[in-house]
Design a protein. Structure first.
Length: 462
């Protein structure tokens, strides 16, 4: 008879969590594992998604459940319950239960057969509507990106996921970092300027607002259609007043997109928050563009080829972009941007600290995502030699590495793990290749590294 595993990252099929029974594995994030579950006493009700914390007593799950309970919208997952799972070791892991929606992330969806500007406009309007509903109740998502948007298998419906980094009126402050939570490349210019201006003040704190969500939406769309991010702001641009530096976010120069979509991307990426418009205005504009766009919007989006551009020049441009993002990443890692790295603890002021998504410092050619990808991404970031990232649109399956990553569990592997090339791996039962740019393929199945989550700090504030 099999015994229950000790880690929430690797629950066996049939494990009971509250009134729910695990029947499959889903996705994962940097602080939660998603399982497909059914009700123990009412299996006929169908499948649900149970998101289980990777850390004991993680207060972000209470926040996510509260924010989801306030937002009722077709493009936001419906909340069905929340509770706490007591592990065999006696640790308490909170969870939330939401509707189960089969699908893939927006970036993985984009990696499949070519999509058009019209398709993108329709899906993005739905995400903007989800943000509109969130902002209407005073909430801010604070981690809008393609990996947090789920597209249904038929490609007709998009849902905004992962509200654990969100905020709402009355929410307790969970971290003491100066910058916003979420993924570094999606931070707004005003957030970056705040970080730059107060880089030597550890008590400074940036309050993200709806305009930050709109900017992140624009950055998500830019990456969606180009497969990369625009060059980051230089120190000179950070010192200059907003709007004084020419914008380099021109997606039409990188990819063949419709003029309507390109114009809306440029608007959302405006350095001046008031020029971006609200989420409601952007949703209306995206819907209008989808209804009125001409034939060009139905053509597949494709990267533009540089005519006559030397190969060395193209490589150098990507290298410079990677180095620029690396410079910001080094600033983050050195504490200039003050990223919190503590778990809940008591201090003199009675405040709480929770580790948030660590911005990536990988020098990728096109500055790939690096914040909330989860266990596999954490293993990749901790490895001394990571595999070269893909320069084009994400989602192509990564081949299994020849050896384990730093921090990955090594044999003897547990009964629910698979040993491959000297490392222990977890299989995604509900996913088949292409696996995406955050998981690995082996013998026709998708895997991610089995990593033992670090234990929470037991000491107080340093």
């Amino acid at each position: 008879m099999e015994t229950l595993p000790l880690e929430p990252v690797s629950l066996l099929l049939g494990t009971q969590v509250g009134s729910w029974r695990v029947v499959g594995r889903g996705g994962y994030g940097s602080y939660g594992m998603v399982y497909r579950v059914e009700q123990v006493d009412h299996a006929a009700a169908g499948s649900f998604a149970l998101k289980l914390a990777l850390r004991p007593e993680d207060p972000r799950f209470e926040r996510e459940g509260e924010l989801l309970s306030r937002v009722s919208h077709p493009h936001v997952p419906r909340l069905y319950g929340q509770g706490t799972w007591m592990s065999p070791s006696g640790a308490a892991f909170p969870y939330v239960v939401m509707e189960w929606v089969p699908g893939v992330t927006l970036y993985d969806w984009a990696a499949r057969p070519p999509f058009s500007s019209l398709q993108a406009l329709r899906l993005l309007a739905q995400v903007a509507r989800a943000l509109e509903a969130t902002h209407a109740v005073g909430g801010v998502h604070r981690d809008v990106k393609g990996n947090n948007v789920l597209v249904t298998s038929e490609g007709a419906r998009a849902l905004l996921m992962d509200f654990g980094s969100g905020c709402y009126p009355g929410a307790k402050r969970l971290t003491w970092q100066s910058g916003p939570p979420g993924t570094f490349q999606y931070w707004s210019p005003e957030a970056l300027r705040f970080q730059w201006r107060f880089r030597f003040q550890s008590d400074a704190h940036y309050e993200a607002g709806p305009a930050d969500d709109v900017y992140a939406l624009g950055m998500m769309v830019y990456r969606l259609v180009t497969g990369r991010y625009p060059p980051p702001l230089s120190p000179e641009a950070l010192e200059a007043p907003p709007g004084q530096m020419p914008s380099q976010a021109r997606p039409e120069k990188v990819a063949r997109v419709s003029p309507e979509l390109a114009a809306l991307i440029r608007r959302m990426l405006s350095e001046v928050p008031s020029e971006r418009g609200s989420a409601a205005e952007m949703a209306q504009a995206l819907d209008h563009a989808a209804e009125t766009a001409g034939r060009r919007a139905s053509r597949p989006i494709a990267p533009r080829k540089r005519r006559g551009a030397p190969v060395r020049a193209a490589w150098l441009g990507r290298w410079r972009t990677g180095v620029a993002w690396l410079g910001w990443g080094m600033a983050v890692s050195l504490g200039v941007l003050q990223v919190a790295n503590e778990w809940p603890g008591e201090d003199g002021g009675g405040g709480e600290r929770v580790e948030v998504e660590q911005p990536s410092v990988q020098p990728t050619w096109d500055a790939e995502d690096g914040g909330t990808a989860g266990l596999a991404q954490a293993a990749l970031q901790s490895a001394e030699k990571a595999e070269a990232p893909e320069a084009e649109r994400g989602g192509i399956s990564r081949e299994m590495p020849k050896g384990p990553f730093a921090g990955q569990r090594k044999p003897p592997c547990k009964s629910y793990e698979v040993e491959v090339n000297g490392g222990c791996w977890l299989a995604l039962q509900d996913k088949r290749p292409p696996c995406g740019d955050e998981t690995f393929v082996w013998k026709g199945r998708c895997y991610w590294p089995s990593v033992r989550p670090p234990r929470p700090e037991t000491s107080g504030w340093p």
